[in-house]
Design a protein around this ligand. Structure first.
Ligand SMILES: [Zn+2]
Length: 261
């Protein structure tokens, strides 16, 4: 078995050095994971890396624009089916994968692990001691969440898998999976506590909480910070720790601690 990585030329604030496209190779077969955005020279770079091997699958971890849109064009060139959890913008999977489903390549079997949180349709893929984490765990950086409760539950889920190596959708791989996953969980719980402390110390709105907890965030990421605080307040509301009207929240939405007995 060999794993090869082709870096997509789409660096940015949310994508780090760019999207990692993985080739999972066994015997003379290859599966392509996270083909990335539609960029011609990236398509050519992937085809070049596949070379004369027999492709078996093109797979996407989730339907965000930096992971999935090249899938159908690449699969058409390779004459293989597209696998994913569900359709999305510019992404039409031939085979829908649910938790526990597998995709074969050579003697190997990639197992889908449903990990909602960053996105509801997010799948990680397990290959024995290795986990391809897409955007659930990125090379060291904080993940933007769509649902903070689901995200934390999915971190515990991958922790329970007991894998050793992480191959992320952005950034570098690591052989210290246990420490990295525990670090992500700790970071999420610490942020929650900071938010509760900020409200306890007088923060009254989403914006107050952002100012207190995400003061270090540069101006161009302030909207992301507002989003990140809003989804965490929604989780804390579901946990019955704060009063917060999750549905219609904006920067000036009020928030209050629920008094504990
Ligand atoms: Zn991504």
């Amino acid at each position: 078995m060999t794993i090869e990585r082709v870096l997509a030329p789409n660096p940015g604030v949310y994508t780090g050095p760019g999207t990692n496209t993985y080739l999972i190779i066994d015997r003379d077969e290859v599966a392509v994971l996270d083909p990335g955005p539609v960029i011609d020279r990236h398509l050519l770079a992937i085809l070049d890396a596949v070379r004369a091997r027999t492709a078996t699958a093109v797979i996407a971890t989730h339907t965000h624009s930096d992971h999935a849109p090249l899938a159908n064009a690449l699969a058409a060139r390779l004459r293989v089916p597209v696998f994913g959890n569900r359709p999305g913008p510019g992404f039409e999977p031939d085979v829908l994968l649910a938790d526990g489903d597998t995709v074969g390549v050579g003697r190997l079997s990639l197992e889908a692990v449903h990990t909602p949180g960053h996105a509801a349709d997010h799948l990680c893929f397990r290959l024995s001691e290795r986990l391809f984490t897409g955007d659930h765990i990125m090379g060291g950086s904080t993940v933007v969440m769509e649902d903070a409760s689901a995200y934390l539950a999915s971190l515990y889920r991958v922790q329970d898998l007991g894998v050793e190596r992480i191959e992320p959708g952005h950034g570098d791989s690591t052989d210290d999976a246990g420490t990295v996953i525990a670090g992500y969980i700790e970071h999420r719980l610490a942020r929650e506590q900071e938010i509760l402390d900020a409200i306890g110390a007088g923060a009254r709105t989403v914006e107050d909480v952002v100012d207190a907890v995400y003061a270090f965030v540069p101006a161009d990421l302030q909207m992301a910070a507002v989003h990140q605080v809003t989804v965490q307040l929604s989780k804390l509301s579901a946990d019955e720790k704060v009063w917060f009207p999750a549905g219609a929240a904006g920067p000036s939405t009020m928030v209050e601690l629920i008094a504990r007995q």
